[in-house]
Design a protein. Sequence first.
Lengths: 431, 287
Amino acid sequence: MEHLLDFLSLSDPNVRYVVIGSILLAASSAIVGTFTLLKKKALVGDAVAHSVLPGVCLAFLLSGVKNPLYLIIGAFATGWLSLVLIDYITHKSKIKEDTAIGLILSVFFGIGILMLTVIQKSGNAAQSGLDHFLFGQAASLIGKDLIVFSSIAVILIAAIWLFFKEFALIAFDENFAHSIGFPVRALELVLTTLTVLAVVAGIQAIGVVLMAAMLITPAAAARFWTDKLKVMIWLAAGLGAFSGLVGAYISYVAPAMPTGPWIVMVISIIAVLSFFLAPRKGILFRFFTQRKFQNQMLEENILKLFYQLGETEGSYYQSRSMAEIIARRPFQIARLKKGLKNLYKQGFLKTSAKGWAYTRAGKRKGQRITKLHRLWELYLTEYLRIAPDHVHEDAETIEHIITPELERRLEEKLRFPTLDPHQSEIPYRKL
Amino acid sequence: MDAFWIILAGSLVAIPCGLLGCYLILRKMAMIGDAISHAVLPGIVIAFFVSGSREPVSMLLGAGILGILTTFLIEFFHTKARLQTDAAIGVTFTWLFALGVILISVFAGQVDLDQDCVLYGEIAYVPIDLWITDSGRIMGPRVIYIMGMVFLVVLCFILIGYKELFLTTFDPAFASATGISVALWHYLLMGAVSFTTVGAFESVGAILVVAFLIVPPATAYLLTEDFKKMMLITALLGLVISFCGYYLAVWLDGSIAGAMSVVAGLIFGVVFLLHVVGSRLPAAGRA
């Protein structure tokens, strides 16, 4: 607890640099990453991240000093070049984009590693710390770096704010943007440049290998909670900033722990939790809605079956055993038991020693489902001219979906018919 | 003699990687190969920690499991959470890779693994790292045996499953119509990729494996339309890359694995330029 207070008070200037740096970098790359993700260019971010390494090494080789500005210019140059090359390779040959990305990524990274090892063996004392670009070393951020990085963060945020409408349009509907005369190519170039800038700013803290995560993971997490672009951007930035803070805190408490991987760890856990728990889009929500609907279908099918059995025998309220039900329609026994139990709880069926029987409400509901099924079959044959022996399957699914309003429309359109295409009676509720 | 062992080790990494890469790039799964090569890291670290040594069987097992898990997770996020494929790949492998790097820091001092060797391996140590039997006989470099085994397994896998792999790659619908399980061969291929990645991990590092997986097949893909020829060219390129890469590294005094991927990139660059020029010439002739 003491650690946490110490940490949050930011009284130590070194801690201050690291915390502010991590938060700024994580938040600004998350903002740019939102567009990267929406444009389905997540892996391009990965390629840029790996490709900045030779640029950093080259800048160092040429200048001989570890000036953050030179290194950033170098990184920017090769990061940009890699994107141009990926584009060129995919356009000029049959090589697919994913192959081109992997190819450029690994070759540029190989060049970077070769240069890095050559520099390390050259005996230049200033080179120590250059390898921090590989995995990131937020703890080594100093005041000078912070100024450079926060100016980049400000540029990124200002550019996104300025071109918000344009970027939103090319992210969602590029063709439309093109047709109303937007300079799509130029805008894409700006967006690409911003992506490269975000990567270049982030590598010092996160490292080239994991930088892609800082771009896309916060955005991927935010995507699950909202459909509004503005909310998504703020959320992604917030999640990014939070993971930056936690990552910096962990490496403050345990200095042996690498900051970058911990930031990625935190944001990834947030993302995976979002995939599972988010309302409407999450895996669990989807699973439960699906199950609810399956149960509803099962129950309605059972009620419909009771109606059909009653129809053939002329007695709707008779008790029926499970064997009798399965003889007519092969339900799975476990599912059938569950469905019958649920229907009993809802008051549609009652139970006795001889089996299960309709209540009044149950008969009313079974009758309605049967009616909908037959109305739909008739609609398909009358209006879509589908052969009567082809309409059953379709009606079997739609009968669970039709609303009372649609039901009324169908009745009116078909002028309250009495027989379906298979000459079964369409049952109306007696008024 | 050192040069011979290193070039041999490089070739033994490059050839199986390239052969599997041919399938990957044709299945548009190049980036899944990239993802697996990153994501096996935690498996390697855990296996390393549990067995306490670089005992190859547990490492291959650990990484093999992680490789399959990666493919499964990507598939799961994509189908169940409807996350777009590129994001599913990106999120999954960075997460697992971060886990691996954190585990290395946690076990630091207990295991002889460092972050750099993850990135570009230690192929230069191949000739020193000898396999010495209990009776004290020197059997030659250990990595050669490991990679030799990986090479043979991958070769057998491709020879035995050639027809199935070929069909599921080029015509999955026809393959499943004739009773070949597309999913099974997908996972077998992914298993083989993870298996090779781990074998190669010690010599070229987890990330540069990608260069061997993608660059030679992509080069061969530009040169021929015949799949068998493509595999043959890929294998030959593997040899050339290992040979030239080694001497480039010696000349510059840098990372051998890095130099090998530079050579691979150079060869691709030349072939690509010829391809672009060549595809322009006949067009000009016709006009």
